[in-house]
Design a protein around this ligand. Structure first.
Ligand code: ADP
Length: 347
């Protein structure tokens, strides 16, 4: 019953019946009125025969009926077509890039559902457009800063009288900035590849504990420079998946734990397996994540700590999140500003 009351077909049928009944009733009244007038005027049509009178009345009635019906249909269809016209105008506006558009049609019929979905689609497109613009400005900013710095130092290097120490210092900065640009390009390419990837490319069985140890060796220069204390509690666990992608996860998460730790800090890494899941936690007692940053850390190019902005590009956690999604896993974190952070990956 509910379905029938919502259907636009039912509406059309009811409208049609309404128009038909209305035009029949009005034409009946008119025909009665005509015969009454004829009687009153005593135009003695009856004497010429009842059939002629009846035929004339019938023809007039039919014409009036068609006229009333057509006028009613004209106005009723105008009302039905109104939202369709609204759709047409809105799609034209969206085509021009105006996403501040909503269709105001409150009904439970098919057009109402279409209007609802259309409004949701416009909202989605609007947020995507916003993200695209935001993304473009972040990309330009990330590229512009090192390029401007390289340009500035190269100009200084043209000075023939530059002392040797300054020359070395500036060339080191240029090398650092080019490394940063290189890193940025690789991360952007990686992320764009991951955004288009749905499943893991090559699944292979490998040892996760071994991989985490290898990652720590890879990052040795960074953690030994800060004199960090590493506590490992790694069970022997094998995992079937894309080894390279997984390695990227540990490089980024452990890299962040090191980067956001203070000197002489402490990092605990644990790897456990229960009946269903593999659980990896990476805990540091570093600077922690502020409340306002917590909801944004997985955003592309977001960097919470401005003082360490030059050490990364804000793509690390976006990459980690995407990889974990591809692996059907889960990543969560807990953090308190000043106390440290713990990331938990469940595979
Ligand atoms: P990047 O490290 O290049 O800045 P990420 O995407 O890896 O970018 O991280 C985004 C932000 O999340 C960081 O800028 C930082 O503010 C916060 N963050 C990530 N990991 C940690 C951590 N272990 N401790 C404190 N803050 C962190």
């Amino acid at each position: 019953m509910k379905k029938i009351s919502k259907s636009i077909r039912t509406k059309f049928t009811l409208i049609f019946i309404g128009i038909l009944s209305f035009s029949c009733a009005s034409s009946l009244i008119i025909s009665l009125a005509i015969s009454r007038i004829l009687k009153l005027l005593d135009i003695n049509f009856y004497s010429h025969g009842q059939n002629i009178t009846q035929n004339v009345i019938l023809i007039i009635t039919l014409h009036i009926c068609v006229l009333i019906g057509s006028i009613t249909v004209f106005f009723v269809t105008k009302r039905i077509v109104k939202p369709i016209k609204q759709f047409s105008d809105s799609t034209k506006e969206i085509g021009k890039g105006n996403f501040d558009i909503q269709i105001d049609y409150k009904s439970h019929d098919e057009i109402g559902v279409l209007a609802d979905n259309f409004n949701k689609m416009v909202q989605e497109l609007k947020s995507m457009e916003y993200l695209r613009k935001d993304f473009m400005s972040s990309v330009s900013h990330e590229f512009k800063t090192p390029i401007a710095s390289i340009q500035g130092f190269v100009e200084i290097l043209k000075d023939k009288n530059l002392p040797k120490e300054s020359f070395d210092e500036y060339t080191d900065i240029i090398i650092e900035e080019t490394k940063r640009l290189n890193n940025l390009c690789s991360n952007m390419l990686r992320l764009s590849r991951l955004d288009n990837q749905i499943i893991q490319n090559e699944a292979k069985v490998f040892s996760l504990d071994e991989q985490i140890r290898k990652t720590l060796l890879l990052l040795e220069e960074q953690w030994s420079k800060k004199n960090l204390d590493l506590n490992l509690n790694l069970e022997k666990v094998t995992y079937s998946g894309d080894e390279e992608l997984m390695q990227q996860v540990w490089v980024n998460l452990i890299g962040n734990a090191i980067k956001f730790s203070n000197d002489q800090g402490c990092i605990d890494i644990s790897l456990k397996k229960d009946k269903q899941n593999i659980i990896i936690t990476i805990k540091d007692n570093g600077i922690g994540i502020s409340e306002e940053s917590k909801s944004r850390i997985y955003e592309k190019f977001y960097q919470g700590d401005a003082s360490r902005a030059s050490e990364g590009n804000g793509l690390g956690l976006a990459i980690v999140k995407r990889i974990i999604e591809i692996c059907n896993g889960d990543i969560t974190f807990e953090s308190k500003a000043g106390d440290g952070t713990v990331f938990k990956v469940t595979l």
